[in-house]
Structure formats: structure tokens, C-alpha cells
Design a protein around this ligand. Structure first.
Ligand SMILES: Cc1ncc(COP(=O)(O)O)c(C=O)c1O
Length: 396
């Protein structure tokens, strides 16, 4: 969690650099991101390849930063594969997970050495030629309930993702008949029950072992997906607990393990800033970020974002609290970021609302609704705010 003194440093550096058009700003907290990346590496056994999910924050500079730190990238579309390559990611550290890969897309990636391409169905295997230079994987639906919210639970029986694990015999048979060298599983985002996930990992390993018993050395790579809730870095994190489970399940097995975390990495490494445009009696505050930036939160269940209020001279607005509703700028009734939250009673036009923990699934989901301009992105490097991209008018 970012400290108030650090927010003050960010505001002191940033505010003089903004123009009148900068009614909102998207921020990246690089020191926080770096700590999270190191924590992720340390939590897992050595040799695990972490390919961060591009969909969580696809900013080109973010991808370059992740690659510069030695991380791979997980692409959910051919566009994301191209973005990963443009960011300098080696094909061997790219995972291509689209569930609807076209024949042309498969042709495009077929000469990328070492790219891990996970098929979503056994039918998809026929689209890969024998000369595919990457690693071919089968995505398995573990059919477990890890406590992921319904919307992000991809392991249900009717899920559109992966071959159901109860088709184990078909999976083994297909892996033996096709040039398959990997198995993949992503149980869903925001998993709460790691014990159930432990069972799913063991089943994944059992299937790989069964294939290798028939054809020694055939399955080399196990991609276990992402899916951990965001959390602050403390003494014993969920990520460490998960890393220990992974170490225990796969100890001595010789499989190359790949992960695809998104939200856990990005969420607390991002923040946003908006000018407070109107403060209405009795308690409604209008800002410049709503369902366009906080798409998931406004349309589903809003996360509770830590918020503080700042003056134009970078001093914090303090004093007695009052209860406010935070409304976004879009023209529909449900465009609220929060209801009934406590903020200083003296809110007024021209102050800034600093919203923390906005790094995941926000910029990535920017919506065209009401055609508003995508704010500029700035990155805090611990000393100053560096502009990553300009404001961008949405073209139709
Ligand atoms: C295949 C796959 N891998 C990884 C992720 C990242 O998940 P999370 O952000 O929960 O870590 C997702 C999220 O949708 C996914 O679908």
C-alpha cells in the first residue's frame, strides 16, 4: 500500500507537469510493481517461468518494463502476441492462449521458436501442422470450484475454456497422437481456496505422468495459469502459500512450470487521479473516471479503492469526514465508482481525488461509451513522474 508521503511526492512532481486538459491521469507505481515481481519470483521454486497476463494491463511501456525485468507475457489474442514481440519478449517466453485461434493466426505463430500455444479444445489440435516450431499444449478445465466469483470462474462444467478433466482418457489419447508437449490449466481469477487448487494441480500432474508413462518425456511443460486475488505484501502472503503448494506438488518431477498471473501483479501497482469537477448538495461528487476506466467495477461489483483528496498545491485535504457518493462522467444512471464512502467534509471543485490500487483491468478495459478521451499514462519511478503516453482521443 502506497504511503501518504509517497503520494505527496508524486503529486508535487506531477501536478506542475499537467495541462488544463488533464482532468484525469492513469498512474503506474514502478517501485511497487518491482517489489511485486520480485515477491512472485521468490515465492516460487527456481526455474519457474512467469508470463504475466497482458490483458490485465496491455500498455506497451508496461510490457517493455515486464520484459526488461526478465518476465514473459501471456497473450489472449494474436494482437497481444504481436504486442509481446514488439515489447522485445522472446517467443519462448510468450504463451498464446486465445480460445478462437484462426488458421491464419496459427500459421503466423508456427515459425516462432518455443512459443507455448495452448489449444482450447481437442478439435483445435488438427489446425497445427507437424512442423510447428513452438510448444503445443492442451488446456484442461479442472472442473473445480476454487471460490472464484461466478463471472471469472472458468472451471465450471459448462465453461467454454479447456477440455473437461473428466475426459481424461481422451486427453491422454490426443496427447499421444499429436505433437503435444504441454498441459495447461487456469482455474479462474480471484481463487480463494488454495486447497482445492492443490487438488487440481495434482490432477494435472497425474495426467502428465500418465502420458509420460506411455511415451517417456513427451510432456515437458505444465502451465498452471494465474488466478490469485490481489493482496498487500506482508510477512506470509497467499502468493507464498501458493508457491509452497506448487513446490510440494511438483517437487522432483522435472516439468518446466509456467504461470500466468495478472491481477495479483498489477492491481496495487497502479493508481489514478481525477480532478473533482462538481460537489453537489448533499453528497454527490462528480469525477472524470467512471465506467470508462472502472468498467468491471461499475458494471459488476465495485472493489473498494483507497482514496485520498489533494489540493492543487500537492497538500492533502484533511479534516472531519463526510459520507459521499462518487459519480463518474458517463451518461447513464449506474455510473458510480462508490457509494457512501468517507472523505473530508471540505471537498470542492478543483481538488484531486487520488485512487489507489487501480492497476488491473482498468486501462485494459477502457470503454468508448460517451467517446471520452483516454487520459495520459504516467509512471512513478520513485523520484519523478515520467510520461508513458499522451491523452488519446477515441477514433471510430
Ligand atoms: C488463461 C488466463 N490466464 C491468466 C489469466 C490472469 O488471471 P488473473 O488476473 O486472475 O491472475 C486469465 C484471466 O482471465 C486467463 O484467462
Amino acid at each position: 500500500m502506497i504511503q501518504t508521503v509517497e503520494i505527496a511526492r508524486i503529486m508535487t512532481d506531477l501536478l506542475p507537469k499537467l495541462g488544463a486538459e488533464d482532468t484525469a491521469v492513469i498512474g503506474v507505481n514502478l517501485p511497487a510493481l518491482t517489489s511485486r515481481l520480485r515477491h512472485l519470483e521468490d515465492a516460487f521454486p527456481e526455474g519457474v517461468q512467469h508470463s504475466i497476463a497482458i490483458k490485465t494491463n496491455p500498455h506497451p511501456k508496461m510490457l517493455e518494463f515486464l520484459v526488461s525485468q526478465g518476465f514473459g507475457l501471456e497473450a489472449a489474442s494474436i494482437e497481444e502476441v504481436r504486442m509481446a514481440l514488439a515489447a522485445g519478449c522472446s517467443p519462448a517466453q510468450i504463451v498464446f492462449d486465445s480460445p478462437v485461434k484462426t488458421r491464419n493466426e496459427i500459421r503466423e505463430i508456427s515459425s516462432f521458436p518455443g512459443i507455448l500455444a495452448n489449444v482450447n479444445s481437442l478439435e483445435e489440435l488438427d489446425r497445427f501442422d507437424a512442423d510447428f516450431e513452438g510448444i503445443l499444449g492442451i488446456r484442461i478445465n479442472p472442473q473445480v470450484h476454487t471460490g472464484a466469483p461466478d463471472l471469472y470462474d472458468v472451471s465450471k462444467n459448462e465453461s467454454k475454456f479447456g477440455v473437461p478433466v473428466d475426459m481424461k482418457e481422451h486427453i491422454v489419447d490426443a496427447a499421444l497422437r499429436y505433437p503435444v508437449r504441454a498441459l495447461h490449466m487456469h482455474s479462474g481469477s480471484q481463487m480463494k481456496n488454495l486447497n482445492i487448487q492443490r487438488g487440481a494441480l495434482k490432477e494435472l500432474k497425474r495426467i502428465a505422468d500418465t502420458i509420460n508413462a506411455e511415451a517417456p518425456g513427451k510432456i515437458k511443460v505444465l502451465d498452471i495459469g494465474g488466478g490469485l486475488l490481489t493482496e498487500s505484501l506482508g510477512s506470509q502472503t497467499q502468493m507464498e502459500a501458493y508457491g509452497q503448494i506448487v513446490a510440494e506438488v511438483f517437487r522432483g518431477s522435472g516439468y518446466l512450470l509456467v504461470t500466468e498471473f495478472g491481477q495479483w501483479v498489477q492491481d496495487e501497482a497502479g493508481f489514478a487521479l481525477s480532478v473533482i469537477e462538481y460537489v453537489l448538495t448533499p453528497n454527490k461528487v462528480f469525477i472524470h473516471l467512471g465506467a470508462d476506466f472502472f468498467m468491471r467495477d461499475v458494471y459488476t461489483k465495485a472493489r473498494s479503492f483507497p482514496m485520498t483528496v489533494w489540493n492543487g498545491d500537492a497538500t492533502q485535504v484533511q479534516g472531519l469526514d463526510k459520507v459521499y457518493d462518487i459519480a463518474g462522467p458517463l451518461c447513464f444512471a449506474g455510473d458510480y465508482l462508490a457509494h457512501g464512502i468517507q472523505l473530508p467534509a471540505v471537498l470542492q471543485e478543483g481538488q484531486y481525488l487520488f485512487i489507489d490500487h487501480t492497476g488491473a483491468n482498468t486501462y485494459a478495459l477502457w470503454s468508448r461509451h460517451c467517446s471520452r478521451t483516454l487520459p495520459a499514462t504516467w509512471a512513478w519511478d520513485g523520484n519523478s513522474m515520467v510520461k508513458w503516453s499522451n491523452r488519446l482521443t477515441i477514433g471510430f
